[in-house]
Design a protein around this ligand. Sequence first.
Ligand code: MOS
Length: 704
Amino acid sequence: MTTATSVKGSVGTAHTRVEGRDKVTGAARYAGEIPFAELAHGWLVLSTVARGRIRSVETAAVLGMPGVLTVLHHGNAPHVDRDYIGLLGVKPDPTVAPFQDDRVPHMGWPVALVVAETSEQAREAAEALVVQYDQEAHDVAFSTGRPDAYSPDGGFVQAVAEKGDLESELARAAVVLDAEYTTPEEHHSMMEPHAATARWDGGRLEVVDSNQGAIWVADELAKLFSLEPAAVRVRSEHVGGGFGSKGVRVHQVAAVMASTVLQRPVRVVLTRRQMFSLTGYRSPTTQRIRLGADADGRLRALEHRSLSLTSTVHEFVEPSAGVARALYDADAHHTLNEVVRLDVPTPTWMRAPGEAPGSFALEAAFDELAEKCGIDPIELRARNEPETGPVSGLPFAGRHLLACFQEGARRFGWADRDPRPGLRREGRWLLGTGTAAASFPAGAAPSTASVTAEADGTFTVRIAASDIGTGARTALTLIAADELEVAPDRVRVLIGDSDFGPAMIAGGSMGTRSWAWAVMAAVRELREQLALGDGIPPEGITARSDTAALLGTLEPKERHSFGAQFAEVAVDVTTGEVRVRRMLGIFSAGRIVNPLTARSQLVGGMTWGISMALHEEAVRDDASGGLVGADLAGYHVAAHADVPHIEADWIHGHADDSDDDDPVGIKGIGEIGIVGAAAAIANAVWHATGVRHRNLPIRPDRVL
Ligand code: MOS
């Protein structure tokens, strides 16, 4: 724009990460490794009982240990305000505000923070700290049929959606499927553990953290500590994964408490084991699906009920019985989410909350129904394709589910498939293929951004976005470059700083769409300002945007990404081992900003689907109330050797293909990759062996 040549086409062209070199050379610093002068180190002490009261914290002995500066616990810690509504519209989970009373509501509850000059000294003292408890009987037994299960009211989750008379439609159906599916407790297991450093600087609280939304954490900290919003700054420049777990957590709050007491910078880093009880997880689910169809496969009745668990101190619901509200219609359509309170840590969002476990049950059930009807699984879906939102009645903003299946079937070689199970053998391996549908909502939230035209001809974008490994920083660079009509190397995108103003968090697959909208709006404003003026002053020219009003102009529609998952497995009949041989996912997710990182997101989600189908399972011990093997030795995630060639691709990836009224055209790809992936694998295991696996993970002992 300041030059004569206009450069377009950055969006849609593969681009390596703008911070990639910094990351691979170690120049990119993560929250736990940024140096501070006078830094003290906090180490959390967690409860060793699952329910009760703290009788005493015997601090005297450890206060004399080398380097120990203080021990915070419920008897001396600063009090915080937990009675507020946060940025996301809900009350805080008391789990994040430690040391406020003597109650212990679950195993691994934070009971003290030992602060010392070095991390090693803090750890040694923390391990030596004696805490006495008055233990009470606990209940961590998750199962169906619990009389205390209830249907939640409000919050993020629509608990119930009901249309039509379920029982009479089931009675009229020629084919009925009634099955229960279970998924276990699963953990985020991102590479970078939670870490924060808090310090006071001239009356201002500064926190360097690893999170999915600097503005979100800043807002919560301001409310917890009764500070003006402007008195808190949170920065989170590089993040080694989040998956829903990196919001406000106990590590930031404990660090702020200690830095307030000591008037020194204090860092709290969580260990992998601590993360298993302090940073949320995906609830186990039991899901009952009842499908009733005419002989030709058309659905008369669809019921999806899901039970998940939450803690006694906060309600979080895994909304697994929601995925059918977008996917399939039926004359009677009932979906119900229930929850039960147990003496366990509070679960939280984890990649595709609801859709990941929900799609396993629903898409496995569809495969079973296809078998019962003698219809190809893809054809069964084609016969149940809704005209409008099955529950909402709203029109779809681009629904390309069948197009994804068609393209996927063509590339996977589905047409040659013999639908009969247990027929293909290769030595000791039985072979099979399976498919499943995927969908994930495409939302957006108000965000603000600024763009500065610098005097040297470059541009600086500031937005409190978060790049949790997704490539968001790069995507926004391409978006800004295209709007500015300049090459990406003239654009610098600064993110992860709450001082940049309100913006959507990296969550709900809504980040890139929300932030891109704000960046595009700011650039348009800047271009208007530049068109008026002559020349750029030394301080540059800055334009700002706020998309709150723009978002209100969108028509209400069913907005979702869609996809079709395909898997081929080999099952070892002598050991029960399941190996995924190949996977293909074809998605429709609107405009694809950066094909390189987009493909990585989708392949990452599908990889997690392998992990979910075959490996991941946190086992809670009823007797102790704690997890067995709460570390990456005991909790198995798919390793390289488990992951075959995975292909992910999309249809309709360009702005011109968008049949939506959304001017951004982006739908989101962060979560849909895992949706349906585990079901495609489970369906392939059935095709290989003739045995349905309704309980995840499909471990060798379950296969044999
Ligand atoms: Mo995601 S589970 O919305 O971080």
